[in-house]
Write a protein that binds this ligand. Structure first.
Ligand code: AMX
Length: 461
């Protein structure tokens, strides 16, 4: 606990923290000032580390790793979060329950504000309530969309998947990229991070407006109040623009947008943003690319797939299936060559703590919801079946097994919209990382590939 009490204070410049970083200059310093204070010290720390240990080996690559989606290859640096296979994610050293405890909350609320999580991801510090409020206000002032993006969204057919709409709208925002403009004017590379920061702040601010416009256009015939109130936090404004008026749903959104933000550097969306950003593409182009990866059913689209699967289960087996009926349905899914959505993970080997905290939210706010009870019953039978299958490395539920049920309960039943919410949250993690990528001057990414023939020759040697 002492650790958290310490985290809540701001320390003088250059004091080392538990995260190996440096605390911000004062309790009321802005996020950009805190970053400007930390970056030169972190650059120096990394430079010295590389000088001393640049040739130290951190692992070996096997042929299976190369054919197997690079699983287990240690080849990326990501400062914002680290995933432990058994424990789950830690954001700058803090677990999800720890974040729920120490991050600032809205007045009368229990869940952390995503603004605080973004601050933590960027700086390694737990911000003060005032710093989080200043971020809410700043994002509100940056939220307006350029007219060409509104027109473009309004002209999209409502049959176009919401993730395609999101990706296209974000790509079009690059029209006003401050980074791209500064680059074309020849800005010195030591200043890149400042413009990536400005674009990232603009993009995060605009994402709820884009996402709510997509929601209203696709499902509500274009109706919606797109006014951003600078007295409301980021999630509250988002919920209002989506047309909901329920404080509990806003609380859910604060939790949702916090926990989906970051999952270290190698997952498809985070890695894509990092990769595209390494070509010095601006944050809009980099993030849109990441969203195209998040839209895959093995990644972020799984939250939509889970709901479709659960509803199919109810349709085919009835509203209160017996344990045997559940087992039969799961085996039927597997035997037809499909995955059980919401279960398994490339790195995790236990129940995802993001699943657990959503389950705790459900136990507190919707314990008797029939769909929640179905999810709980599915949780009892899927892991033993996936284990019996013999090949699944992690039979436990991931983040996507639970989120749709919570959204349904509050009236958001449009399943193919769910991944957009994931995307809005994911911006916090991947953009915090992108700022640091440019601050640390990480180069264009270009790993070596080999053909099967070249590999065969290599092993013969
Ligand atoms: N249902 C059925 N089979 C599964 C499975 C599941 N939930 N999870 C893994 N398997 C299968 C794999 O398809 C693979 O089969 P194959 O050898 O015939 O190709 C085998 O088990 C070994 O896979 P693995 O090493 O355990 O997993 P992975 O690292 O290759 O893939 C993941 C990880 C998440 C893609 C996989 O578990 C999966 O498809 N899960 C269901 C989809 C899902 O929920 N995705 C969301 C993940 C979280 C996120 O990114 N949002």
């Amino acid at each position: 606990m002492a650790l958290f009490r310490n985290s809540l204070k701001c320390y003088p410049a250059a004091e080392k923290t538990i995260f190996g970083s440096y605390r911000c200059i004062s309790a009321d310093a802005s996020l950009k000032d805190c970053l400007a204070n930390k970056i030169p010290k972190e650059q120096e720390r990394v430079k010295n580390f590389r000088k001393e240990h640049g040739n130290t080996k951190v692992g070996e690559t096997t042929i299976d790793m190369m054919y197997g989606g690079m699983r287990g290859i240690k080849g990326l640096v990501c400062e914002t979060s680290v995933l432990d296979a058994d424990e789950g994610i830690r954001f700058r050293g803090l677990s999800i329950p720890e974040c729920q405890k120490v991050l600032p909350k809205a007045a009368g609320g229990d869940e952390p504000l995503p603004e605080g999580l973004f601050w933590l991801l960027c700086t390694g510090d737990v911000p003060t309530q005032a710093q989080v409020q200043s971020l809410s206000r700043e994002w509100a002032t940056r939220a307006a969309l350029p007219q060409h993006v509104v027109t473009m969204l309004n002209n999209m057919p409502n049959t176009l998947h919401p993730m395609s709409q999101l990706s296209a709208a974000v790509t079009a925002l690059n029209h006003d990229s401050k980074y791209a403009k500064a680059y074309s004017q020849g800005v010195h590379k030591s200043k890149y991070w400042e413009f990536v920061y400005e674009d990232s702040m603009d993009l995060i601010a605009k994402l709820p407006v884009i996402a709510a416009t997509i929601y209203n256009n696709t499902y509500k015939g274009g109706k919606g109040n797109m006014c951003v109130d600078s007295n409301l936090d980021w999630s509250a404004n988002f919920v209002k623009m989506l047309g909901y008026d329920d404080e509990k749903f806003t609380e859910l959104m604060r939790l949702y947008l916090t926990i989906h933000s970051d999952h270290e550097g190698g997952n498809v969306s985070a890695h894509t943003v990092h990769l595209v950003g390494s070509a010095l593409s601006d944050p809009y182009l980099s993030f849109a690319a990441g969203m195209n990866g998040l839209a895959g059913p093995l990644h972020g689209l799984a939250n939509q797939e889970v709901l479709i699967w659960l509803l199919k289960l109810r349709e085919q087996v009835g509203k209160s299936p017996s344990e045997q009926e559940l087992k039969d349905f799961i085996w039927k899914t597997l035997k037809s060559g499909q995955v059980v959505p919401g279960y398994g993970h490339a790195v995790l080997r236990k129940t995802d703590p993001r699943y657990t905290c959503q389950r705790e939210f459900a136990l507190k706010h919707l314990p008797n919801d029939p769909l929640f009870q179905l999810v709980s019953n599915v949780y009892k039978v899927v892991p033993p079946i996936l284990t019996e299958l013999g090949k699944v490395k992690n039979p436990w539920p991931n983040v996507d097994a639970h989120s749709g049920v919570l959204l349904q309960y509050y009236g958001m039943k449009e399943m193919n919209y769910y991944t957009v919410l994931f995307g809005v949250s994911r911006a916090l993690g991947v953009l915090a990382s992108l700022i640091w990528d440019r601050a640390l001057g990480l180069p264009i990414e270009r790993p070596k590939s080999l053909s099967t023939d070249a590999l065969m020759k290599l092993v013969k040697k």
